[in-house]
Design a protein around this ligand. Structure first.
Ligand SMILES: [Zn+2]
Length: 132
């Protein structure tokens, strides 16, 4: 379990990363705004299931952000910050196996939701033989 001071540190890291993501996206953001101004034709080409559920601006924005790596990272950072504020007690636990992600990993990847083992499983589809 992380203590309050450790959580503060991770929160600061998240805010830093968020800032640099936003800066990296500044150029992308201009193109994004242009795209929004393109109007209906462009926007109705979003996946159908979203239209069915009543696509709102936030969903569109999210979908568009997902198209870029920086955007995905920004969403992950926001999600981590939300978790940190709402459920600080649960922050830092792996979403898949429930074990501690670990402060060392969180300092490198403060938005990590999986421990390093689960991350590998998810990315590679199967567990890697532990190195000895
Ligand atoms: Zn795990």
């Amino acid at each position: 379990m992380m203590n309050e001071r450790e959580r503060d540190r991770i929160r600061e890291r998240l805010l830093e990363e968020r800032q640099s993501s936003l800066e990296a996206m500044a150029e992308f953001d201009d193109r994004y705004k242009e795209r929004l101004e393109l109007g209906d034709d462009e926007l109705t080409n979003y996946p159908l299931h979203m239209a069915d559920e009543g696509t709102d601006t936030i969903e569109q924005e999210k979908e568009f952000l997902l198209a870029s790596q920086e955007g995905r990272q920004l969403l992950d950072i926001d999600e981590a910050l939300r978790m940190l504020y709402k459920n600080p007690e649960e922050f830092g636990a792996c979403e898949r196996c429930g074990r501690e992600i670990g402060l060392q990993r969180l300092e490198l990847v403060p938005w990590a939701r999986l421990c390093i083992d689960c991350q590998q499983v998810v990315e590679e589809g199967e567990p890697e033989a532990p190195e000895t």
